[in-house]
Design a protein around this ligand. Structure first.
Ligand SMILES: *[C@@H]1O[C@H](CO)[C@@H](O)[C@H](O)[C@H]1NC(C)=O
Ligand SMILES: *[C@@H]1O[C@H](CO)[C@@H](O)[C@H](O)[C@H]1NC(C)=O
Ligand SMILES: *[C@@H]1O[C@H](CO)[C@@H](O)[C@H](O)[C@H]1NC(C)=O
Ligand SMILES: *[C@@H]1O[C@H](CO)[C@@H](O)[C@H](O)[C@H]1NC(C)=O
Ligand SMILES: *[C@@H]1O[C@H](CO)[C@@H](O)[C@H](O)[C@H]1NC(C)=O
Ligand SMILES: *[C@@H]1O[C@H](CO)[C@@H](O)[C@H](O)[C@H]1NC(C)=O
Ligand SMILES: *[C@@H]1O[C@H](CO)[C@@H](O)[C@H](O)[C@H]1NC(C)=O
Ligand SMILES: *[C@@H]1O[C@H](CO)[C@@H](O)[C@H](O)[C@H]1NC(C)=O
Ligand SMILES: *[C@@H]1O[C@H](CO)[C@@H](O)[C@H](O)[C@H]1NC(C)=O
Length: 420
């Protein structure tokens, strides 16, 4: 069965009913392939001159999804490629439509066919084809020869260095054929745009005005294409200059791509920049994120600067503290330390003052005890064989005076703690 467009002949509702009935009764994947065509898993081939198709076959969605190659030739009823015809052929790579009555190709025809690489539209009835039809595609081969292309601004984009493009002919008003590549049209200039400034690096909260100038013939349309902007903004376009004012730049717009695009029938061009918005990120003691660096029994070798770095995609902040755990015992023996202090704040050391007093007292007692102990040893040692000697009380009584003099010598030293 030929797929006719709704409305041709029969009345739309009638065709819908018939199609629905047929589809319900007979639907099997292979049967959605038109009789004029051969459909294999990845390819549709329609070249039956007797039973021409008028539109692309509408297979089941999964089937269309699998198709990479469509070949249509010698089809006298095939005249247009419309907006939705190829919507479901998402994996289409090769499309050939040749020797048909193809007259019209919609600008949206290939909107969903981003994998299209090879487009052969030779020997049809096309008088023009807009660059907008194919500008989003990565086409390696575009064949358009054998069409009655007009020598118009709309077709000027087809000129190229490749052999096919260089040989493309166009038809002037009077019917004269000319090489498209040698054509110059007075009012046909592909637009150029300039964006000023070229880059934006600013602090959040700043204002900036971006200016986009365009030139080209006919007068190009100017458009700004941006990410969803959080900063407040306004656009003022006068003639071929458009201004984008950004006020109170939000750090949420950092890395936002801003494009000024201009196009006319001859073609398009665009210029872009990425916003680089810096902001002061603050580490505040009340904020939600916490981190902890715990040192197990820190000593003097752990003394020094400790830096907390916080960063996210909008910025970073750091805070430095100078942590001092104890003095180097091999260097500074006079020290009595607080355990930890932060010189960047006015805070008192972490140890409460009462505890420090307690530490001093304990250390003091220890020092006194130790000194007394040493003195005791000295006294004992010298006492054995000197005139100050301390001898057993069982020794000769005349030595008692020596003992006394010994204590006289040392009477200023507070050794009473020890002597008890
Ligand atoms: C599509 O192709 C895949 C892989 O080749 C295959 O498994 C699947 O059955 C095909 N789907 C249809 C509807 O033909
Ligand atoms: C289309 O028809 C022409 C002659 O009219 C023929 O030479 C050509 O082979 C046909 N193409 C296909 C694919 O059948
Ligand atoms: C597309 O067509 C070209 C030229 O006919 C052919 O070399 C290539 O293999 C085809 N690619 C696919 C995926 O069918
Ligand atoms: C070719 O297209 C023109 C309009 O551009 C139309 O008038 C003419 O009838 C078409 N020719 C065929 C054979 O369809
Ligand atoms: C465009 O296609 C060519 C091959 O035809 C390929 O090398 C290139 O990577 C493609 N570019 C993109 C952006 O897909
Ligand atoms: C940005 O512009 C507004 C008015 O549009 C003004 O009130 C504000 O002070 C400006 N900000 C800066 C940083 O210049
Ligand atoms: C844009 O064009 C206007 C007038 O055409 C001119 O005054 C201005 O300097 C141009 N700006 C840039 C950035 O080219
Ligand atoms: C900007 O972002 C803030 C915070 O996400 C949001 O509350 C505000 O509505 C946004 N404003 C605009 C104009 O998008
Ligand atoms: C001893 O301490 C002083 C300052 O208190 C310092 O300059 C010196 O480098 C230290 N020496 C050693 C060996 O740590």
């Amino acid at each position: 069965m030929n797929l006719l467009r709704p409305g041709s002949g029969f009345g739309m509702a009638g065709w819908r009913l018939v199609c629905a009935a047929v589809a319900l009764a007979l639907w099997r994947p292979a049967e959605s392939c038109p009789a004029a065509c051969t459909c294999t898993g990845v390819r549709i081939y329609c070249a039956d001159t007797e039973r021409s198709i008028a539109a692309f076959p509408a297979l089941s969605e999964p089937e269309m999804e699998n198709i990479t190659d469509i070949y249509i030739a010698n089809q006298s009823s095939f005249s247009s490629i419309n907006d939705k015809d190829l919507t479901f052929y998402r994996n289409l790579r090769n499309l050939t439509v040749t020797n048909t009555r193809l007259t019209y190709v919609s600008r949206q025809a290939f909107q969903n066919n981003v994998k299209l690489q090879y487009l052969n539209l030779k020997d049809n009835n096309l008088s023009s084809l807009s660059w907008k039809t194919v500008h989003h595609l990565n086409i390696s081969s575009l064949l358009l020869s054998g069409n009655p292309l007009q020598c118009s601004c709309e077709n000027m984009w087809m000129r190229g260095d490749e052999s096919e493009a260089a040989e493309l002919m166009c038809v002037e008003e009077g019917g004269k054929r000319r090489h498209l590549s040698k054509l110059t049209l007075p009012n046909c200039v592909v637009p150029t745009v300039s964006l000023h400034p070229k880059s934006v690096t600013l602090m959040a909260g700043s204002n900036i005005t971006l200016t986009c100038n365009a030139s080209g013939m006919p007068t190009p349309d100017l458009n700004w294409i941006t990410c969803p902007l959080n900063s407040s903004h306004e656009i003022v376009t006068t003639g071929q200059t458009s201004i984008l004012r950004l006020k109170d730049l939000s750090s949420l717009d950092n890395e936002c791509k801003i494009t000024c695009s201009s196009d006319n029938t001859a073609g398009e061009s665009e210029a872009s920049l990425h916003l680089d918005i810096h902001c002061e990120l603050k580490i505040s003691p009340k904020h939600e994120y916490h981190g902890c660096l715990q040192l197990d029994n820190p000593t003097h070798i752990n003394n020094g600067e400790y830096t907390l770095l916080a960063s996210n995609r909008y910025g970073r902040d750091r805070k430095v503290i100078n942590a001092h755990f104890m003095h180097n015992p091999w260097n500074d023996t006079t020290a009595t330390d607080s355990l930890y202090y932060d010189p960047t704040t006015d805070d008192t050391p972490l140890e409460p003052p009462e505890d420090r007093v307690a530490v001093y007292v304990v250390v003091g007692i220890a020092v006194v005890t130790f000194t007394g102990f040493v003195l005791m040893l000295v006294v004992l040692k010298f006492g054995r064989n000197s005139k100050f000697g301390i001898k057993d009380h069982s020794n000769a009584p005349e030595e008692e005076t020596g003992l006394k003099s010994g204590f006289v010598l040392f009477h200023n030293v507070p050794v009473e703690v020890v002597s008890r």
